[in-house]
Ligand binder design. Structure first.
Ligand code: SF4
Length: 167
């Protein structure tokens, strides 16, 4: 008896499927992200993934909104509380504030900070003389292609700077 002819049961909704992991919670389910014309069309569970075996919760399915929700943040914001009224609003960080955040967060990472990235972000270079002085004091170290990171001796100093800023 001849086998059943192959019938397309549904029209493909995407021209590319990328396999990745859902980061909407700590479970890290495997997902197949369907992409058409460079945009995410929908997300489904990866049937071969050992964690979820194709099952996806509502939050995971809604992961598409992380990319296309109108409320998605388009730039780094600073949270500002208005005293006395419980009003909280978000304001855009200035370039200088963005640069400060970049340095304070990046210097303590193992991969450190790329001065060229800082320049591209803020439009101004890092102060070479100050960096050399911090290196001479053993608080900063240079490695790789000019990347900068705080040394173990520099960590308490950086912590004190952050604490001062947060006070
Ligand atoms: S699909 Fe749901 S359960 Fe799985 S990682 Fe995403 S949010 Fe968590």
């Amino acid at each position: 008896m001849p086998s059943d002819p192959k019938v397309a049961l549904s029209t493909p909704v995407s021209d590319e499927v990328r396999k990745t992991t859902c980061y909407m919670c700590a479970c890290r389910c495997g997902i197949d992200v369907h992409i058409k014309d460079g945009k995410i069309r929908y997300i489904e569970g990866n049937r071969d993934h050992p964690v979820n075996r194709g099952v996806l919760c509502a939050k995971g399915s809604a992961g598409i909104m992380q990319h296309y929700a109108p409320a998605r943040l388009q730039a780094p914001l600073k949270r500002v509380a208005e005293a006395g009224h419980g009003i909280v609003e978000d304001t855009l960080l200035t370039l200088e504030e963005e640069g400060d955040e970049f340095l304070l967060m990046g210097l303590r990472l193992r991969e450190g900070v790329d001065p060229a990235r800082y320049l591209a972000l803020t439009g101004r270079p890092l102060d070479r003389r100050r960096i050399e002085a911090l290196e001479a004091d053993g608080l900063l170290a240079r490695f790789g292609r000019e990347r900068l990171a705080v040394t173990p001796a520099g960590v308490p100093v950086l912590d004190a700077v952050v604490a001062d800023l947060a006070a």
